[in-house]
Design a protein. Sequence first.
Lengths: 211, 307
Amino acid sequence: MISETTSNYIAQVTQHLKSLDGIVDLVPSYTTLLVVFNDDCCDRFTICRTIRQTIEAIDPNDFALEDKREVVIPVYYGPEVGPDIQDVAEHCQLSMEDVIKRHSETTYRAYAIGFTPGFAFLGNTPEELHVPRKTTPRLKVPIGSVALAENQTAVYPSVTPGGWQIIGRTPVQLVDWGSENLALIAMGDSVRFEPISRDEFLVLGGQLDGF
Amino acid sequence: MAFKVIKPGLLALLQDLGRHGHQSLGLTTGGPMDEMAFRWSNALLDNDTNSAQIEITFGMFSLEAQADTSIAITGADLGATLNDKSISPWRSYAIKKGDVLAFHQPIWGLRAYLAVKGGFLCEPTLGSVATVMREKIGGLTGKGDKLQKGDVLKYQPFSNHQDRAVPRLAIPNYGQTEIPVILGYQYESFSTLERANFFSSDYRVSGNSDRMGYRLEGKVITSDLKGIISEGIAYGAIQVPKDGQPIVLLRDRQTIGGYPKIGCVTRYGGGTLSQQKPGDVIQFTPITVDQAERERHLQMSRLAQWR
């Protein structure tokens, strides 16, 4: 079942398995962890035993993850860059200000990364903000678009097609393969959105076009 | 010193064995669609296992050499010519300055591998030169571009050529249409009838197949599961979406997905599948993990012993 406890545990196990010999890749998600190992250097029985031993040595109640981080993402909310914000407000029977307030007051958890590189599935949005996906996905969602779908929210790290409801845009780059961190949000991180003005957005390098 | 691209063809990509260790960020691995063909090409030239090569899909690709070197060609027979003289795959060839190497169109298989002595010299992105166009990463530019006319593919000049050929026994049979499948952990969600249908029907490779996944058209199979909570996707995973038409996820697959999976093709089977063209017909056949492991070890030790 999807829960913060499960997600914490998976993040914790991922941390511990990272340094094991023979492990090539780890793909954590909501309730699962895919382990990719190199079968040219270790056999599956040995790797299974090592993984089991590593997992058994973890105290699931110990949530003090070494690198649990909080990521704050500045967002310019509004119809200029968030063409669906009015529809969302209408659907949720809230004012636009209330949509912004509720979206930015909540602290989210990155439950999974995928769809495109660096795309973090953030949950859960407050119930008042639950909206369906758009009936027809957009062919081109601009970089940095902040969007909602059902009980989740996300930022689009690159220009892709997408069916989520767009309410704003961040000037912050989510992925940078030239940087040391590569991606701003990792699975298990806490994420918060901070409303900024149009001017601040532009000063931070935000782009208004893209649709 | 370099090869200059004269004709870029349909799809020619720089590849190595892939970009590993970043799937948790949603970054796929890329890498050669036919891994054993890639490994043999480097072996023929006594290159490092991971030396960068060109994966040529379909053909219509040609290059001009600006310095002496040795090359090796493996994988599909794309009707290659060296200075207009036919040459066959699974061998190494001496290249002289000014030579023109061309790949025309598929005679047997779909993807050929071209290795050069010492590997193509290219700055890696995140530890790999593997080109993933969808993610705009890797390749000559680092931005995931396929090879273009005029591109310059650098290598170290080399003049001590040795003619070598892959032993016949080790050359895969791309006419093999039975693709081995290891049963997956959602196999139980397919009824006995659905499983029987899956393993006894012909599936046609759809025109929408690419490096990300091979879409198959044939008998509809359905899982008792409507969907699953999105989870990591292994190489070769066979997803069954709502329309019941299986998709085999390959080198450029997305890292997570929410469709039930009936099983997983092996790397060797995935290589054979990748050599099939749209319209070709394949069948799936179940194997155990033990059998898959034995097959892999056989392939790898054959290569190691030959080297």
